[in-house]
Design a binder for this molecule. Structure first.
Ligand SMILES: [Zn+2]
Length: 236
């Protein structure tokens, strides 16, 4: 058992290790951003030479947004990149044409519940209705069924997988883009954590996210990554 000074030494080591790993991640993100910008300036052919590094998936929650999502779609089309949108039913209802367009342009549309509801111990029946009504409106608007869901706040119960034939999609890279408008910071945070088969969580409701996401696409493509929709990572 640790006592007194033992605890202080232990906590110091834990905090020090956490700080070191945080700074190492930050450094990795900054280094990747820097490598890209110097290559872009020095050598426009970088992209052709990069060896294949594997697949990654960009995912966007909470949309569609009337202004930001169309901007993002234009940028993605220009880069020939497909992503996954986890939309709420109420936003599909408000902006059906944007969801239809995203689907027609090859992006995958997934479920994020109708009213952005968190599953709790008490709301199981309502949560199920939220999933079903969102599936219905997605199918009505896109003509396609979806079996992918990003449960709000990551709260999920495995029983829905069988009951509703829904597959939950979580993430391993979270740049917290919703709480910063600093594009560079968001880009570095994504780069710090992204590796082969990463699923990156972002939100297409912010200008800064759209700019950061397109920069992330340019950098990771130049590094040799291929952007795919989540089904290609989860069922490959
Ligand atoms: Zn959300």
């Amino acid at each position: 058992m640790l006592k007194g000074k033992g605890w202080i030494a232990f906590l110091t080591i834990v905090l020090f290790t956490a700080a070191l790993s945080y700074f190492a991640r930050e450094k990795n993100g900054a280094a990747r951003q820097e490598a890209w910008s110097s290559h872009t300036l020095a050598d426009a052919g970088y992209e052709d030479e990069a060896p294949y590094k594997g697949k990654v998936a960009l995912t966007f929650d909470d949309g569609p947004h009337p202004v930001c999502t169309p901007q993002l779609l234009v940028g993605l089309k220009k880069r020939d990149v497909k992503v996954t949108f986890f939309v709420t039913g109420e936003n599909v209802e408000s902006y059906p044409e944007i969801v239809k367009r995203a689907s027609e342009e090859g992006h995958l549309i997934g479920n994020h519940t109708f009213h952005h509801v968190q599953l709790t111990a008490a709301n199981s029946d309502d949560f199920k209705k939220e999933i079903i009504s969102t599936n219905d409106i997605i199918q009505e608007v896109t003509g396609k069924e979806t079996s992918f869901i990003r449960p709000p706040y990551g709260s999920w119960d495995k029983k829905y997988e069988k009951e509703l034939n829904m597959f939950p999609v979580l993430w391993d890279v979270d740049p917290l883009d919703w709480c910063s408008t600093n594009v560079d910071k968001i880009v570095r945070s994504v780069l710090a954590g992204t590796k082969e088969n990463s699923i990156i969580l972002m939100h297409d409701s912010y200008d800064s996210t759209v700019t950061a996401a397109l920069q992330v696409v340019d950098i990771l493509k130049a590094e040799g990554y291929e952007f795919v929709t989540v089904d290609e990572i989860l069922f490959d």
